[in-house]
Design a protein. Structure first.
Length: 232
């Protein structure tokens, strides 16, 4: 299969970043943006109320999970000082969220190596995070997997080889994943700079052009994988 990766075409075989049996139509698109008037301040106030809302969306659409969120402006970050305050809140989301139960296996989408990892233990942050580096032709790029379980960071080391579809961790529960309903934050990064184990998953409006260029839409990155959501 030929994929367009960061503007160049390569023969590659990629996988969905979560393990399970996900036939076409398993996921419903979830809108957590400020444009969603159903998302009241009461709903986003706690992980429990937000999680109940997400489960209602999933169940009412006869889906197994929910996904989406790239480039959304989200008010949900305002509950944490980690994202700033008022007009200086980093509220533009730079990845895709896939909402599934805690313990769901997290898989490498392509072969690569472990670039870095960390437990980003702040309110609203990623919690346990793994970043992989991939090499395709003359380019390299990174994939970030956030909101993992703490056990995901055991027995892992920088430079460790990772195969496509290899389990690299699992989704964490609310008490360890940054205080969120269980989900995966999946992000593609062209240039990590000097960052290790962490990279902004949300940015300021004034920074949006730069960050969206550096963090392309995962739905466009491998459209066949996201479109069919299969694990062959």
């Amino acid at each position: 299969m030929t994929y367009t990766i960061l503007g160049e075409q390569y023969e590659a075989k990629a996988s969905f970043p979560l393990g399970g049996d996900f036939p076409y139509g398993s996921f419903v698109s979830l809108d957590l943006s400020t444009a969603n008037t159903a998302l009241t301040p009461e709903i986003v106030a706690t992980p429990d109320t937000l999680g109940a809302y997400i489960q209602e969306v999933i169940q009412s659409n006869n889906a197994l999970g929910a996904c989406g969120g790239y480039a959304e402006r989200r008010a949900i970050y305002r509950r944490s000082e980690h994202f700033g305050a008022d007009a200086a809140t980093r509220d533009i989301h730079l990845g895709i969220d896939v909402w599934l139960p805690e313990g769901t296996p997290v898989l490498a989408v392509l072969p690569g190596v472990v670039h870095s990892f960390a437990d980003n233990d702040n309110l609203g942050d990623y919690g346990p995070t793994i970043i992989l580096q991939h090499f395709m032709g003359n380019i390299s790029f990174f994939t970030l997997y956030g909101h993992l379980s703490r056990t995901s960071l055991r027995d892992i080391s920088r430079g460790q080889l990772v195969l496509r579809k290899q389990k690299i961790g699992s989704l964490g529960e609310t008490s360890e994943n940054g205080d969120w309903p269980p989900h995966l934050h999946f992000q593609i990064i062209r240039d990590m700079g000097t960052q290790m184990g962490d990279f902004p998953g949300a940015c300021l409006e004034a920074e949006k052009t730069h960050y969206l260029q550096n963090c392309p839409d995962p739905m466009l990155f491998l459209p066949e994988v996201w479109g069919t959501i299969h694990n062959e």
